[in-house]
Design a protein. Structure first.
Lengths: 605, 379
C-alpha cells in the first residue's frame, strides 16, 4: 500500500510538470501569433497584397496621324478577334472544328492555338483569329450555340488607309524588340501586345503618338484568375499629328511609279517653306501587314526583292545627280565671274584633256552655246569647260549651299548624307591628290558626287524660291521669316531658272515632251541620267546600246528636278527612277504629272 | 445482469441520471465552442456555404457528441477490462491495413466500412493509452524503474508505431511515440533513461534520414529554410505565414480572408484551418482557440488528479497528452515553428475520423471524472 502511495505520488508530481510544460508550449504558440500578427503584421499585409493584387497596364489609344487637309492617314481600327476560353467549352477540339466550318484555319494557326491552350490555364482566353470582318463576326455570332467558349473581343489595331503609298512616310508599328524594351523604361513596352513605331513618322514622333498608359488593379486568386476590379486609372491618349503630306498628291505620285512598275523616289516640297507635300519611295510595302506581323516567307520575299521595297530611296538611296547637277555648276560658274551669262563655249561632241577624250551625250555636238542654251540642251562639253575653269572647290561650295553633301535631318531612319567631293576629301579618303579629269566629270554630276532625292528636291526648291534655305519637314512651318537667305545673286538664279524653263518649254529642250500648257503655271526643270555601267571604247566606236536593249539593272538611273509655276514657284520636285533609262523620257513625265496634280489640287496658295 | 452504465461503489449505486448530472458542463462547453468555431471557418472556407464542409462537420460533431456522452457514462472498469483486447484488435486491424495496402495501390490508411472509414492508426492512439494505463496500473514503482519493467510497454508502443510508419504516416507514428514517452514520464521512468534514448535517437538520425521518403526529407529541409523552394515545398508555409501575419490583431473579418479565399493558402479547410481562422479573426481568434485548448488541458489534468484509480489518472493524462500533441504540432506547424507534418487541428479541421477519435477520447476522460471515486484493484 505504501509502495502504491509512492507510485501515485510520483504520478501526481510528474503530472504537474507535464501540465506546466504543455501550457508553456501553448504560450509559445501565443507569442508566435503575437510576433507574426502584431510585430510583423505590416510586412505580411504587404505580401498578402502583392499576392492578391495584379496590376495591368492599359494601353492608351495611339495618336491619329492626319495629312495637311485633315484626312486620316494612320488611325486605330476596331479589331475584332475570336477568342476561346477552354474551360467554357465541353470539348475544345470539337468547338475548334465547328469554328473551322465557318472560317478555315491554317495548320500553322491551329498549331499555335493548341500550343497557347496547353501553355495557359483553362480560364485564359486564347486568340483564335483576329482582324475579323463584320460579316465574319456576324457569322460567328449566328453560330454561337455551336461555338461554346468562343467570343468576340474588340481591340484597337493600327490602320493605314493609304496602305503602301504612305508606307515610307509613316513607317509602321510593330511589337517591341528586346533591345527597344531595354532602351526605354516606359512600362508600356513590357506589355506583350503593345506596338511601337518602327519606321517613318511613327518612329519619329513615337513619344507623342504613344500617350501614357493607364493602370488597372485587379484582385486575382492563386491561379491568376481575375476576381474583381479594384481600381482603374485611365491613361492619356497619344497626341494626334498633322503632317504636311497631301494624301491625294502622295497617292498620285506613288501610283505613277506603281502603274509603270518603276522603282525610285519622288519628293515634292513647298518651295517657300520646305513642307513635304509628297514623299514617295517605290516599290513599297504594306504597313498594315507589317503591323499585323509578317510570316517568315513574306519577310524573305521583301528582303530578297532586288528592288528593295524596304529601303526608303528618297533618303537612303544615294545616286549621282547627273545633269541635274549642271544647275549648281552653272551657279558656281556665274558667281565665280569666270563664266558670264553670255560666255559661249563650243561643243564638237568631244573634248580632250591630255589624251583623254570626254564625250558629249550628243555625238555630233551642239555647236556654240551660252549657259542658258547649255542647260536647255544639257550639253556636257559646256559644263566640262566651265568646271575645268572654275575648279572643284567652287562647285563643291555651291553644292553645299543648296543642301547637298550632308544630311538634311528630317528625322527619319537611315537618312544618308550623299557626297560632295573636294580636294581635301580626296586626300583624306584616298590619300591622293585631286585630278583635273575628276573636276571635268563633276561638271556633269558624275564621278564621286552622290545625292539623295530629298537633297535634290531641296536643291531645286532653293533655286526656285530665290535662294532661301528651306529645310524639308513633315510638320507645318508657321514662321517663314526664320528661313535664312543663301548669299547668292538673284541674277544668277534667274539665269539658271531661265535655262530650266527652256528645258521644258522650248522645242528642243531635253524635257520639252513633258511640258504642260496651264497658263501662267509652266514648269521649269532639268533632266539627268546617270550611268550605272561604263560605256566601253569599243561600244562607243560601234554603237552605244539603247537603254531598252540592256537588262534592267544595267540601265541608267533617270532623274528630273523641277519646279512650278515658273513665275511664282510653289512646288519643287525631284524624281528618280532607278534604272529607268533617260531622265527626259521616264523621270520628266512623272514629275510633270505630279506638278500638274499639285497645281490642279491647288495645295499651296 | 451486468449493467455497464450503472456503477456500484461500496454498495452505493450511481444511477444513469446521477452520472449524467455529473458530466462536467464546462468541459463539454469548451469542446462545443471549439467545434462550432471550426464549423464557422469551414462555412467561410466554402465561400459562405454549408456545402461541402460545414454541414458534414456539424453532423460529425453531432455523432461525436453522442459517442462522447455514451463513453462518459460507461463504467471505467470496462475500459480497464477490455484494454488489452481492444489493443490487440486494433493491432490486427493495423496489420490488415498494412497488408492490403501492399496489395493495393499506394498508401492506404483506412478500412472502408461503407458508412465511415475506420482508420486503425487513429483508434490505436486510444487503444494504446488504455493498454499502457492498464499495464502500469498493475505494475509497481520498482518494476517501472527497472529496464525489464518498461520493455513490454515499450514494445506495445513500438510495434504499432513501426506499422504506421510503413503506411507511411510519420506524423501519427511520432505522435504515438510522444504519447508513450509522456506516459512513461508520468509513471516515473527515470529522466536519465529519456536522455539516453534521446541521445541514441539523435545519433541514429543520419541513418534514419536515408529511410525517409523524399517528400518527408523535403518537409524537413523546407522547414529549415522555407525560401529554399518558395513555389514548391516551401510555398505552404510561406503562404501560411503571410495569411496569419496579414490578419493582424483583429483579422480581415468573416469571409474576408484574401489568402484563403483566393486560394493562396493551401489545405485551408484541413491542416491549415488555424491559419484561415487567424487570418479572418486575427490574433484574437487564434488566441481564443489556444486558450480554450489550455482550459481543456487544465480540466483534463484536474480530472486525472481527482481520480481515485491509478488507471483512471493515467488514461486521462495519456489521452489529454495525445490531444495536446495534435493541437501543438498543428499550430506550431502552420506558424512555421516545426516542419509540415500533416497533422490536423482536432475539433476544427475538416475530417471525420479525427473528430470521432477525439470525441471518444473526451468521452473516456469524462468517464474518468464521473467514476473518480471508484477504486480499482490490481488484477
Amino acid at each position: 500500500m505504501n509502495r502504491d502511495n509512492d507510485k501515485g505520488k510520483v504520478l501526481i508530481d510528474r503530472s504537474y510538470i507535464m501540465i506546466i510544460v504543455k501550457l508553456a508550449l501553448l504560450l509559445i504558440i501565443i507569442l508566435r501569433l503575437y510576433y507574426l500578427q502584431v510585430f510583423q503584421a505590416d510586412k505580411y499585409k504587404m505580401l498578402a497584397d502583392e499576392n492578391r493584387i495584379s496590376t495591368r497596364l492599359l494601353i492608351p489609344p495611339r495618336g491619329i496621324i492626319y495629312d495637311r487637309n485633315g484626312v486620316m492617314i494612320a488611325s486605330n481600327r476596331q479589331n475584332f478577334q475570336a477568342m476561346i476560353v477552354a474551360e467554357q467549352t465541353p470539348n475544345v477540339q470539337q468547338t475548334l472544328d465547328e469554328f473551322k466550318k465557318i472560317m478555315p484555319l491554317s495548320e500553322e494557326e491551329e498549331a499555335k492555338i493548341k500550343k497557347d491552350l496547353k501553355r495557359n490555364r483553362s480560364f485564359v482566353p486564347i486568340k483564335i483569329k483576329d482582324n475579323l470582318s463584320w460579316q465574319e463576326v456576324a457569322k460567328i455570332q449566328l453560330k454561337a450555340p455551336d461555338l461554346q467558349g468562343i467570343y468576340i473581343d474588340e481591340g484597337l489595331s493600327r490602320d493605314y488607309p493609304f496602305g503602301e503609298s504612305m508606307a515610307h512616310v509613316l513607317g509602321y508599328v510593330s511589337s517591341v524588340s528586346e533591345k527597344e524594351a531595354k532602351a526605354d523604361n516606359d512600362p508600356l513596352l513590357q506589355v506583350p501586345e503593345f506596338k511601337i513605331g518602327k519606321d517613318g513618322v511613327e518612329k519619329l514622333f513615337e513619344k507623342d503618338l504613344r500617350g501614357r498608359g493607364g493602370s488597372l488593379k485587379l484582385e486575382v486568386n492563386a491561379y491568376g484568375r481575375v476576381m474583381k476590379e479594384i481600381e482603374r486609372i485611365e491613361g492619356v491618349s497619344g497626341k494626334s499629328l498633322s503632317l504636311t503630306i497631301d494624301s491625294r498628291l502622295q497617292q498620285k505620285a506613288y501610283n505613277l511609279f506603281k502603274d509603270q512598275e518603276q522603282s525610285g523616289a519622288a519628293v515634292v516640297l513647298d518651295v517657300n517653306t520646305g513642307e513635304i507635300l509628297a514623299f514617295v519611295s517605290a516599290p513599297s510595302y504594306d504597313p498594315n501587314a507589317m503591323a499585323k506581323g509578317l510570316s517568315g516567307k513574306e519577310w524573305k520575299d521583301l528582303i530578297n526583292n532586288e528592288r528593295n521595297p524596304l529601303s526608303n530611296k528618297a533618303i537612303s538611296g544615294q545616286y549621282s545627280p547627273g545633269s541635274t547637277f549642271k544647275t549648281i555648276v552653272a551657279l558656281a560658274a556665274l558667281e565665280s565671274g569666270i563664266v558670264r551669262s553670255d560666255t559661249r563655249f563650243s561643243c564638237s561632241g568631244q573634248m580632250f584633256l591630255g589624251n583623254h577624250a570626254f564625250h558629249c551625250w550628243r555625238k555630233q555636238g551642239h555647236g556654240s552655246l551660252n549657259v542658258v542654251e547649255a542647260l536647255m540642251h544639257s550639253c556636257d562639253i559646256y559644263f566640262y569647260e566651265a568646271a575645268q575653269r572654275i575648279g572643284i572647290e567652287r562647285i563643291a561650295a555651291m553644292a553645299r549651299r543648296f543642301g547637298l553633301g550632308s544630311k538634311i535631318d528630317i528625322g527619319l531612319e537611315n537618312e544618308k548624307p550623299g557626297l560632295i567631293p573636294d580636294k581635301a576629301w580626296k586626300k583624306k579618303r584616298f590619300g591622293e591628290s585631286w585630278q583635273q579629269g575628276e573636276t571635268v566629270i563633276s561638271g556633269i554630276g558624275q564621278g564621286y558626287i552622290l545625292t539623295t532625292p530629298l537633297q535634290l528636291a531641296t536643291m531645286v526648291s532653293r533655286i526656285a524660291n530665290g535662294g532661301y534655305e528651306i529645310k524639308p519637314t513633315f510638320t507645318k512651318v508657321t514662321d517663314k521669316s526664320r528661313i535664312k537667305k543663301i548669299n547668292i545673286s538673284q541674277e544668277y538664279l534667274d539665269v539658271v531658272k531661265q535655262g530650266m524653263y527652256d528645258v521644258v518649254n522650248i522645242p528642243g529642250g531635253t524635257a520639252y515632251r513633258s511640258h504642260f500648257n496651264i497658263r501662267g503655271m509652266e514648269m521649269a526643270g532639268k533632266t539627268g541620267s546617270t550611268q550605272v555601267r561604263r560605256i566601253t571604247m569599243k561600244e562607243r566606236q560601234t554603237r552605244v546600246l539603247r537603254q531598252d536593249e540592256l537588262p534592267w539593272k544595267y540601265r541608267d538611273h533617270a532623274l528630273f528636278i523641277a519646279f512650278a509655276p515658273y513665275d511664282n514657284p510653289r512646288y519643287g520636285v525631284a524624281v528618280l527612277v532607278e534604272h529607268g533609262g533617260g531622265g527626259s523620257s521616264v523621270a520628266a513625265p512623272i514629275a510633270s504629272a505630279i506638278l500638274q496634280e499639285a497645281i490642279k489640287l491647288d495645295i499651296v496658295r | 445482469m451486468y449493467k455497464p452504465y450503472e456503477t456500484t461503489i461500496k454498495n452505493q449505486t450511481q444511477t444513469l441520471g446521477e452520472k449524467f448530472a455529473d458530466i462536467s458542463f464546462s468541459y463539454v462547453f469548451f469542446i462545443t465552442i471549439l467545434s462550432f468555431m471550426g464549423i464557422v471557418v469551414l462555412y467561410s472556407a466554402a465561400n459562405g456555404s454549408w456545402e461541402p464542409w460545414a454541414l458534414k462537420q456539424l453532423i460529425r460533431f453531432g455523432i461525436g457528441f453522442v459517442l462522447m456522452i455514451c463513453l462518459a457514462l460507461m463504467d471505467i472498469r470496462i475500459f480497464m477490462r477490455y484494454a488489452y483486447i481492444l489493443y490487440f484488435v486494433t493491432l490486427l486491424l493495423l496489420i490488415v491495413v498494412e497488408v492490403s495496402g501492399h496489395i493495393g495501390m499506394g498508401a492506404q490508411r483506412w478500412i472502408n466500412l461503407g458508412l465511415f472509414k475506420l482508420q486503425p492508426s487513429e483508434l490505436m492512439k486510444i487503444s494504446l493509452v488504455l493498454a499502457l494505463a492498464r499495464y502500469f496500473h498493475a505494475s509497481t514503482l520498482q518494476n517501472i524503474r527497472t529496464i525489464s519493467g518498461i520493455i513490454p510497454p515499450a514494445l506495445m508502443a513500438l510495434f504499432p508505431a513501426a506499422l504506421i510508419v510503413m503506411e507511411p504516416d510519420l506524423g501519427t507514428s511520432l505522435m504515438l511515440i510522444f504519447t508513450t514517452a509522456a506516459i512513461f514520464f508520468a509513471v516515473g521512468v527515470q529522466v536519465w533513461k529519456f536522455v539516453l534514448v534521446g541521445a541514441g535517437a539523435l545519433s541514429v538520425m543520419p541513418i534514419a534520414w536515408h529511410f525517409l521518403h523524399d517528400y518527408q526529407k523535403n518537409r524537413v529541409l523546407t522547414f529549415l529554410d522555407p525560401e529554399r523552394d518558395p513555389l514548391g515545398a516551401g510555398y505552404h508555409i510561406i503562404q501560411s505565414k503571410i495569411a496569419l501575419g496579414s490578419g493582424g490583431v483583429f483579422g480581415k473579418g468573416f469571409m474576408n480572408g484574401t489568402q484563403s479565399h483566393l486560394n493562396f493558402l493551401p489545405e485551408k479547410h484541413t491542416d491549415f484551418i488555424f491559419t484561415m481562422l487567424s487570418e479572418e479573426f486575427g490574433m484574437i481568434g487564434g488566441v481564443l482557440i489556444i486558450v480554450l485548448n489550455m482550459l481543456i488541458l487544465v480540466y483534463s489534468y484536474s480530472f486525472a488528479l481527482k481520480s481515485a484509480s491509478y488507471f483512471g489518472k493515467l488514461v486521462a493524462i495519456g489521452l489529454a497528452t495525445n490531444y495536446f500533441l495534435y493541437v501543438f504540432i498543428n499550430t506550431a506547424m502552420v506558424l512555421g515553428l516545426i516542419p509540415v507534418v500533416g497533422v490536423p487541428l482536432p475539433l476544427i479541421s475538416y475530417g471525420g475520423t479525427v473528430m470521432l477519435s477525439i470525441m471518444a477520447s473526451f468521452g473516456i476522460i469524462l468517464s474518468v471524472h464521473i467514476h473518480r471515486n471508484i477504486q480499482i484493484g490490481k488484477d
